[in-house]
Write a protein that binds this ligand. Structure first.
Ligand code: SAM
Length: 291
């Protein structure tokens, strides 16, 4: 790439936050390619991973490894280089930097130092999954990865159970089955969109009740492989009143009965579904035990 094009594409002393593909290399935008070819230096999470992508596009620029373990230390030096007039691009292994990826410390430091931070937007698994889910997209919240251990993960899901927004989670193949089991038990009636391997050969997505998610995953051996986004539909507003009443009844019953018996009695008293009440009883029971 010639210096002419470099000068045309990027300005000195600016930080470019560049999104890269989440699987399909063709999703690297022409502008991202131009910027990456033109900057003085590219900060990458794992330089070996990014080299494969960059080499594919014939991009050869000096690289710096910037990951969660060295970001704080390194940011100061990078800010100095930006102040001296160097241009830097920040990329991560896949998708948009900072979205469950490194970069926050550097971007914040650049902002504090008055350095222009320029977006070169592109793929992001969360937004890609939301855009195809058919779940409400007017209000949503990105929750990143749920806790790895079951206890904290269930607590987190319980805390989020009444959120009316569509919630977006990232999940890995190691934990997808466990997370699916927790979602099925705690929020069986909610709609889930599961999107795996987006933009890749084995891309697959489905919308189903959370209670059916474990069976969907078990349908074939490949379903638990790859990378996943889970979207959980928000708590329906009208359920708020029913849920408040169910919670009031269950709280009383749970002082004397097990979650299963409390759900059975509450179903007779309120006319609500026993399965739903059992999930709520479990949540209340576990929340009490955690206090
Ligand atoms: N920064 C990235 C982004 O913008 O989406 C996310 C990085 S995070 C470390 C990696 C997680 O993103 C994966 O575990 C998975 O949950 C999700 N992910 C990334 N690529 C994906 C894909 N092609 N299909 C589905 N989920 C994906």
């Amino acid at each position: 790439m010639t210096d002419d094009i470099r000068t045309n594409t990027v300005s000195a002393g600016q930080l470019y936050v560049v999104a890269t593909p989440i699987g399909n290399r063709s999703d690297l935008s022409p502008r991202a390619q131009q910027v990456l070819e033109a900057v003085d230096r590219i900060c990458a999470e794992d330089t070996r991973t990014s080299l494969q992508l960059l080499s594919h596009f014939g991009i050869r620029r000096p690289m710096v490894a910037l990951h969660e373990h060295n970001e704080s230390q390194l940011s100061e030096r990078l800010i100095e280089q930006l102040r001296e007039g160097q241009s830097l691009a920040l990329i991560s292994d896949a998708g948009t930097p900072l979205i469950s990826d490194p970069g926050f410390v550097l971007v914040r430091a650049a902002r504090s130092a008055g350095i222009p931070v320029i977006a070169v937007p592109g793929p992001c698994a969360a937004v890609a999954a939301l855009s195809i889910s058919g779940l409400p997209s007017d209000r949503f919240a990105f929750e990143g990865f749920l806790p790895a251990k079951s206890g904290p993960r269930r607590q987190r899901l319980q805390a989020l159970a009444t959120d009316p927004r569509t919630l977006i989670f990232y999940e890995s193949s190691h934990r997808i089955a466990d997370t699916a089991a927790d979602l099925a038990e705690l929020l069986p009636d909610r709609q889930i969109c599961i999107a795996r391997e987006l933009t890749k050969l084995h891309e697959e997505s489905a919308v189903l009740a959370a209670g059916d998610l474990p069976a969907w995953l078990a349908e074939n051996a490949y379903r638990q492989r790859g990378e996943f986004v889970l979207l959980l539909s928000g708590c329906p507003e009208h359920d708020g009143e029913d849920e408040a009443e169910a919670e009031r009844v269950l709280r009383v019953l749970l002082t004397e009965l097990s979650p299963s018996s409390a759900a059975r009695v509450a179903a007779e008293l309120t006319g609500l579904r026993k399965k739903t009440l059992y999930a709520l009883a479990l949540r209340l029971h576990e929340a009490d035990a955690a206090d």
